[in-house]
Every structure is written in C-alpha cells, then in structure tokens.
Design a protein around this ligand. Structure first.
Ligand SMILES: [Zn+2]
Length: 250
C-alpha cells in the first residue's frame, strides 16, 4: 500500500517500544541480530526434512486458494485501522496457540530462541548487548511488549477521533518482525506438538494469512522470512513452498 509505506518512510524515527512492566522483563526490545549456534553447518550433513514441509501437512489449511482476497483493504476502511485490527488478531491467535504448547516450550527443551538448524535469535538487553535467551523467556518478552503496545491508546488508538501516531507504521513493522520470530520458533521446535493436537490446518492458515498480510502492506521484509545463507529461517522454505502452490504471492 503506497500510502501506508510512504508514510512509514517519511518518519525519521520509530517509537521506542516501552519496557515490560515486570522487573524480570526489563530489557530493550530485540533487534535484527541473528547469531549462529556454534559451529557452521557442515555441507555433508543433511537434516531430515521438517514435517511442516511434508505432505499432507504443508497443504493443510482452512482457506482454499490464494490469501490475497482476505487481506485486501475493505471499502471505506481506514488503512491504519485495518492494519491495527489485523495485528491485534494475529497477536491474539498466536498467543492462544503458544498457550497450548507452552508446557513443551520450557527452558530445558528450548534453551535458545531457535528457528532453524543454525539460527538462534538473540535479544538486546539493557546494556545493549546481544544475548541468548531461552525461547520461553524470549517469547514472554515479545508477547508482553506487544500486549503493552496494544493496550496503549497512543500506539493503538481505539477511541473515535483519535489519530494514529506518525510512528505507527514503524512500530507495527517492529511488532511484525517479532511475531514472525514466534511463528518461526513454533514451526521449528514445536510442530509435532501442533500435529498431535491436529492443529496444523489452523496454524498453517494463521501463518499464511500473516505472511500474505505482511507482504501486502510491506510490514514484512523478505530477509526476515528467509534469513541468511548461513542461518536460514526454517519457515522461509515453507513460504517458498506456499508460493509454488499458489497460496501466496511474492
Ligand atoms: Zn520452544
């Protein structure tokens, strides 16, 4: 959407997200920093194909056909409102999914915020240092931070007549990147749990919707979906696969 993006680009600085209200969460929001997990990947080692890339799971969805139609801006709806309400929905649904797998996502099972064989996201702490956190801690920080933003009338106004802040576009891009990481971790580390719950059609639909919406309104960078050559994001391949299947566009 040219209007939305031109507005985003015209802003010089994004709003600094608020700190979490809990003392244990007193850290800065994470940045793009990605680090590799120990040794570089060996070209001779081939990992088994993740289940989420395998049939029939990769095709499992509640929505048939292309997601483009469900992300289009409805007539007479303000684009900021449309983005805000969709982010609220993505956050709420993702939080619910994470809630049902939370007992599997423990400090022992997930000592890092993994999202690929060689990819572990890092968090920027209050000393501006990039640190590894257990996935449940990382996700708690992200979800608390997003919840606080959503509750903040200055960031996500809900009263009629109240304008969106000029920093809204950059804020939501930041939110989008972090929610993507939560999706990426769940696919990478907990997909079998979703299969046991037979939730894969629901989760696939939510993620495909999230990707389609993010690309439509340029909230999502391709490099964040795919990662780097040495540390690819697992779900980057899923995105490619869904594009091949005609579910998503570039
Ligand atoms: Zn986990």
């Amino acid at each position: 959407m040219s209007f939305f993006n031109s507005l985003g680009r015209s802003m010089t600085r994004g709003q600094r997200p608020k700190r979490s209200p809990t003392p244990t969460s007193a850290t800065f929001p994470p940045t793009d920093t990605v680090s590799q997990n120990g040794a570089p990947p060996s070209p001779t080692v081939t990992a088994p194909k993740p289940l989420y890339l395998c049939s029939p799971f990769v095709e499992a969805a509640l929505v048939k056909g292309n997601f483009k139609t469900i992300v289009m801006l409805p007539k007479y709806v303000d684009i900021m409102e449309w983005v805000a309400v969709n982010i609220f929905d993505f956050y709420t649904h993702l939080n619910e999914f994470y809630g049902v797998i939370t007992e599997c996502c423990t400090q022992q099972n997930c000592p890092t915020m993994s999202a690929g064989l060689t990819l572990n996201y890092t968090w920027i702490n209050q000393d501006r240092k990039s640190v590894h956190l257990p996935a449940p801690t990382y996700i708690d920080y992200v979800m608390t931070w997003v919840q606080n933003l959503l509750d903040d009338e200055n960031s996500f106004p809900t009263k009629s007549g109240q304008e969106f802040s000029p920093s809204f576009p950059s804020t939501v891009k930041h939110v989008y990147r972090q929610l993507l990481r939560v999706f990426a971790h769940i696919y990478h580390a907990h997909y079998t749990h979703l299969l046991h719950l037979r939730s894969e059609p629901h989760f696939n639909s939510l993620f495909a919707h999230f990707l389609a919406f993010g690309r439509e309104y340029e909230l999502l960078e391709v490099k964040d979906v795919k990662g780097s050559a040495s540390a690819p994001v697992g779900v980057g391949l899923l995105w490619e696969k869904w594009k091949d299947m005609g579910l998503l566009e570039g």
